[in-house]
Unconditional design. Structure first.
Lengths: 337, 864
């Protein structure tokens, strides 16, 4: 049954509804990953959430080279190749692939997986509500993530409204890219905005990420002005935004908001996403192959400088910690000296 | 490499970037556990370095020189021959007396708790009076007692007297052969004869054995007077005779134990006065001599007394009078009065808390050294450990208040420091538990010890009350006493304290294998994959089952047949025990036996019946797949499935994919969970509860695994859940099958919480991601998780918190990872001592990722 709601709302594909997340906001959370993002950060560790359309993962380590997929592919996109050591593998012409999933059905060894499911609102809601007892004990809730949930504002609004009706704390991980009029209706239903800032250099931002910086910074200001709870994510990418100048720029931008921010998470670069690029057949497009995923001195300096500027709730990587009472908005300031 | 950030000055204050555990700096992740071990003193460091471990791997002892000793066999036989004609219970007391009087005693360097149960600390005793097969097993091995010819002769002497031989005559040879297959069921308990008990340590520590002797003597005096009363009434007065025999046996046993402890006292004194050159050690030995002279004869006055008296009691109950596995007691409760005297009030044997922690470490090493003498088959199912030693902590007191005390903390601290696989710890989780103790529980878990294994305190209390209703003498646990419970072995609670505790394995222990039973159910009771024989009644072929209910009904019949057979075997064993394998020392320290003149194997006040279904989830997932694909969707016929199974899925890959992808347990999936809940509650629990055992109570399932899931997996053919023949079965009780729980730990808990009715206990394994547990927020998150677990009324959970990286590293270089401990099922084991097959099943358990594995070591809050 398709509800009225669904007929009118543009529904995203969902790549995963991950339960027991600890790094996407306070407490124990369930995170809904939507597929689709207008930005294209070259380091993205969830590349499967960039494209709005369904894609096919290919796991070469599980492939037995049986050739079933070659036989069933209507696009003739698959070819069986034998490596120099005699190991068979499948080469996929991704330009030809229409993600029809015939190969997923045909594969006996689990080497194919369709990424992106069309779920109904009720199915999504059911999964989000399943861990309610855990939200209650930990001050957790549901986080809308992606991709970017603001790419699907109607859906995000509808889902967060339904969750709010159940008294669940709702967070949103976003780059805040659109016009604020898209964001405004969500002010009532989103308890915490977790906003990514990828660079403070407008030129670099537009070039590398494909989106202007200005609306993002403006939206952060507007969120705070409108009394929303905001937590900033600062992904620190080697040789992109980890210089002393970048550090100063972050501090200068965030310092005036020190009293109003819920916290700042510094997210050191990691290369866990590399495998996904391989599975999607996009190995070539990944610019961070073999880049060291260890924290640099810059992260310590940045943490120290932000702290000097009066920002509290600074967290480097990892687990966010406990939330406040069930369903209520968290304190604007998590740690008060 | 985790490097800590330099301190910074901020607003005139120095701010550090601390790790939750500062020792973790500069430790590569794959070596983490090697660096956590830290015995608290030089003494325990030395004791650990020279510990004579009795671990086995793939059935072989890991340490060189470990073997069976002949001394106990010899003494038991001498005493048995010399006591011909005496009442059987007296003979048992005289056998114990001879072992204690004549057995070699030894004192080892550095130890403060003294006592061993064989002639050499590298040896362990054998028990020919229990099982001739078990002794034969050793005679055929490299660990054979020497001289072998004498051991052989002793075993031949005992064959007609042994428990095994005495029981076998009451069983149909076909049933016996089926039982000895260890395919649908574990071999009958009389085949190995070992016992499972909770000794009432409290009476020894509180009363002292001299008082127990006096009590028995007074009872004898009264009984003799009753016997002589006029006018004679044979219908009543004759009943005093077995009572008199029992009390007399208790006196013999207790006197022998006192004398034995005093032999140790003399040994300490002789060494101190004649051989020891170190003045400090000399002083220690004199103190040890003084202690062993006084306890267990007299009541304990301080904590050193208590540790020593408890150890002597353990040795007699578990290793000398009879072999009983386990280390069941509520240790913090047993020891706290003496902790208070020595550490808080300092009225006797004054000590610091740190001294107590050292004692805990020393006691753990004594247990690690304790050899059990299990047969090869049993050694194989307890890889990486020497036996099942499990103690219990926490919970609540009789008045419902928090049961945690400073002794609880000392035990947890000592366990964390010394890092031995044994004894394992069970922690009774209650909402009343104080945070400081929970923090110590968490510390052990995050260090990857695998214990404490957590049990729900309220579930245990309710269970004691429930069983109490079936008490045959209407003297089961009161509502207050129901708070006094500890795990008998890995998983199953039992009453502890001065009275009413479990004294025989006929109540619980031993296993039944649902996956194999399902396999034979599909083949008219015939086992084509392993034993090639009829293993159960003829209940029709799979193709004949027109509906899912037909299938379930056939399973029910096969299962009922096995259940009645295994409990009958246990109860027949118990009947024989009451006649020939009495345990007068255990009787003497139980207030019930003392009061009533009853034998411990005979008296049952609090029923505690259970049996362990192992491999349940393979069977349950198979039922789900069959219901969905054959009966609901009719995508395949039963004939097609049977062809595929007989071919081990070869040539039926598409079909296997469908069966493998059918909904699986542990994903909070309504379709699968509804079927599986009913399977647990109505079939496994419901059918088992129809069986009444010796004690008059129901037998209930305790879903667990030991390492039988590997053994039985190898004997179970391909199953409809998509598993290939011979692959490991599910690794524990109610835990999802490896890698099939894809929705994380909360979904697992939600699934598990649906099974409530007709269960005694169910083991749940969870693997936790190391980075999350090492974060500064780790404890808070774990605490929230545990509180929710408690809200959901789940019985049990235990954690493996070891990274896949480290397990892989240990497989590559075992010598560097001697201290890596993992949780197998109801016990922890040294990872490197586990056969590769078992290691891989542990690695295959889904690591429950508390969020993306983003950043492993830094998680800092500034300004705190």
């Amino acid at each position: 049954m398709v509800s009225n709601e669904q007929q009118t709302i543009k529904m995203p594909l969902i790549t995963e509804i991950q339960r027991f997340c600890l790094q996407d906001g306070p407490g124990i959370r369930t995170t809904v990953f939507m597929k689709g993002c207008p930005l294209h950060c070259p380091w993205c560790h969830n590349p499967e959430t960039q494209n709005r359309k369904r894609e096919i993962y290919y796991y070469p380590n599980l492939c037995t080279g049986c050739g079933r997929c070659v036989e069933v592919c209507p696009q003739e996109a698959c070819t069986l190749e034998i490596g120099s050591d005699g190991t068979p593998s499948i080469k996929i012409d991704r330009d030809q692939c229409i993600a029809c999933t015939s190969c997923v059905d045909a594969c006996m060894s689990g080497a194919r997986e369709a990424v992106g499911q069309m779920l109904t609102m009720d199915e999504i809601l059911r999964e989000c509500l399943s861990d309610q007892p855990f939200y209650k004990r930990s001050g957790g809730g549901v986080t809308l993530s992606g991709g970017d949930p603001l790419y699907f504002p109607d859906f995000s609004l509808a889902l967060s409204r339904r969750l709010k009706e159940k008294g669940i704390h709702v967070a949103m991980e976003t780059s805040c890219f659109p016009n604020f009029k898209v964001i405004r209706p969500l002010l009532d239903t989103i308890d915490l905005f977790i906003v990514d800032i990828k660079s403070m250099d407008p030129v670099k931002h537009r070039q590398a990420i494909g989106w202007p910086l200005e609306p993002i910074l403006e939206n952060i200001g507007l969120l705070i002005e409108n009394d929303a709870n905001v937590r900033i994510h600062l992904p620190i990418i080697p040789d992109f935004n980890d210089s002393a100048d970048d550090c100063r720029a972050y501090v200068n931008f965030l310092a005036p908001y020190a009293e109003m921010l819920t916290g700042v998470d510094i997210l050191p670069f990691h290369a866990y996403g590399e495998g996904k690029y391989n599975f999607l057949g996009r190995t070539e497009t990944y610019a961070y192959k073999g880049v060291e995923d260890k924290p640099g001195e810059q992260i310590r300096i940045l943490a120290r400088e932000l702290s000097k500027a009066g920002i509290v709730g600074i967290n480097v990587g990892g687990v966010v910690g406990m939330g406040t009472e069930k369903g209520e908005r968290p304190q604007r300031r998590e740690v008060v000296n | 490499m985790a490097t800590m950030a330099p301190a910074v000055e901020y607003k005139g204050k120095v701010i550090d970037f601390p790790f939750e555990n500062p020792e973790e700096e500069k430790i590569p992740d794959d070596e983490l556990h090697e660096h956590l071990a830290k015995p608290s003193t030089e003494r325990t460091k030395r004791l650990k370095a020279r510990c004579r471990w009795k671990h086995a791997s793939a059935g072989e002892f890991v340490e060189h020189g470990v073997r069976a000793g002949i001394e106990r066999m010899r003494l038991v036989t001498e005493a048995h021959k010399a006591s011909r004609g005496k009442p059987e219970v007296t003979r048992r007391a005289l056998i114990l007396e001879r072992c204690l009087n004549k057995g070699t005693i030894c004192l080892q360097t550095d130890e403060k708790i003294i006592g061993y149960h064989a002639e050499d600390p590298n040896y362990f005793p054998l028990y020919p009076e229990l099982s001739y097969m078990n002794v034969k097993d050793y005679l055929m091995s490299d660990y054979s007692p020497q001289p072998e010819a004498e051991a052989e002769a002793i075993n031949d002497y005992w064959k007609p007297y042994s428990l095994q031989a005495k029981c076998e005559q009451y069983f149909d040879p076909i049933d016996l052969t089926r039982m000895y297959q260890v395919s649908t069921m574990e071999a009958p308990t009389f085949a190995h004869g070992y016992n499972s008990i909770i000794p009432p340590y409290e009476t020894v520590l509180e009363d002292g054995l001299l008082k127990r002797i006096k009590m028995a003597e007074e009872h004898i005096k009264e009984a003799k007077a009753e016997l002589a009363k006029e006018p004679w009434d044979g219908s009543k007065q004759l009943s005093w005779i077995p009572k008199i025999d029992n009390w007399q046996a208790m006196v013999i046993a207790d006197k022998a134990v006192i004398a034995w402890a005093r032999r140790y006292a003399r040994l300490c004194k002789i060494v101190a006065e004649n051989f020891e050159s170190d003045p400090d050690r000399k002083k220690e030995l004199m103190e040890m001599a003084e202690i062993s002279n006084r306890v267990p004869a007299e009541p304990c006055k301080g904590l050193k007394d208590a540790f020593q008296a408890k150890w002597y009691t353990f040795l007699v109950c578990h290793g000398i009078e009879r072999y009983a596995s386990g280390f069941a007691h509520k240790e913090d409760k047993v020891l706290y009065p003496y902790y208070k005297a020595s550490v808080i009030d300092k009225t006797f044997q004054p000590m610091t808390h740190a001294d107590v922690v050292e004692y805990v470490e020393m006691e753990r090493l004594k247990i690690s050294e304790h050899g059990a003498g299990k047969s090869r088959g049993y050694r194989e199912i307890f890889p990486g450990s020497n036996d099942l030693f499990i103690l219990t902590l926490g919970g609540t007191n009789r008045d419902g208040s928090d049961g945690c005390n400073d002794m609880t903390d000392a035990i947890l601290e000592g366990a964390r420091n010394i890092r031995t696989t044994e004894p394992s710890i069970v922690f009774r989780y209650s909402k009343k538990n104080r945070p400081q103790t929970l923090r110590k529980v968490f510390n052990c878990v995050r260090d990857g010890l695998g214990y404490p294994s957590i049990k729900n305190d309220d579930v245990g209390i309710e269970q004691m009350k429930y069983y109490s209703k079936f008490s045959m003498n209407n003297n089961g646990a009161t509502d207050e006493e129901a708070h006094d419970w500890c795990n008998v072995l890995c998983m199953s609670p039992g009453l502890c304290g001065r009275r009413k505790s479990q004294k025989t394995r006929s109540e619980g222990g031993s296993a039944i294998f649902p996956a194999k039973i399902l396999e034979i159910t599909l083949n008219n009771g015939y086992d084509w994959a392993y034993s090639d024989m009829q293993l159960g009644p003829e209940t029709g072929n799979a193709e004949d089952f027109k509906t899912y209910d037909d299938l379930l009904e056939a399973f029910r019949k096969q299962y009922s047949y096995v259940m009645s057979l295994v409990v009958r075997a246990k109860d027949v064993g118990r009947h024989i025990e009451t006649q020939y394998l009495q345990i007068p020392f255990v009787s003497s320290i139980d207030d019930g036996c003392m009061e009533l003149g009853e034998e411990a194997t005979h008296l049952s006040e609090q029923p505690n019946g259970w049996h362990n279904p192992i491999t349940t989830i393979v069977a349950a997932n198979s039922l789900v797949a069959m219901k969905k694909l054959i009966y609901d969707e009719k995508k395949y016929t039963m004939k097609q499935l049977m062809d595929a199974l007989k071919a081990n899925w070869e040539g039926h890959e598409e079909m296997r994919k469908d069966f493998k992808n059918a909904p699986k347990w542990g994903n909070d999936d309504d379709y699968a969970d509804t079927i599986i809940q009913s399977f647990y509650e109505d079939i496994l629990g419901g059918e088992m509860a129809k069986v009444t055992n010796y004690s008059g109570g129901p037998v209930l399932p305790v879903g667990q695994a030991v390492a039988l899931y590997m053994e039985v997996g190898s004997r179970t053919g391909p199953t409809p859940d998509g598993r290939y023949g011979g692959e490991a079965a599910d690794d524990g009780g109610i835990s999802p099958y490896f890698g099939t729980d894809t929705k994380g730990p909360t979904a697992v808990l939600k699934s598990v919480s649906k099974v409530q009715k007709n269960q005694k206990a169910n083991l749940l394994n969870q693997r936790l991601a190391v980075p999350m547990m090492r974060s500064v927020h780790g404890f808070d998150i774990w605490h929230a998780y545990m509180d929710t677990w408690h809200d959901l009324n789940v019985d049990h959970v235990q954690f493996n918190c070891v990274s896949t990286d480290e397990m892989r590293a240990a497989q590559r270089e075992p010598e560097k990872h001697r201290d890596l401990i993992v949780r197998i099922a109801g016990f922890s084991a040294r990872f490197v001592d586990i056969p590769t097959y078992g290691q891989n099943t542990i690695i295959a358990r889904n690591e429950q990722n508390f969020g993306p594995q983003d950043f492993e070591f830094m998680n800092l809050e500034l300004g705190q």
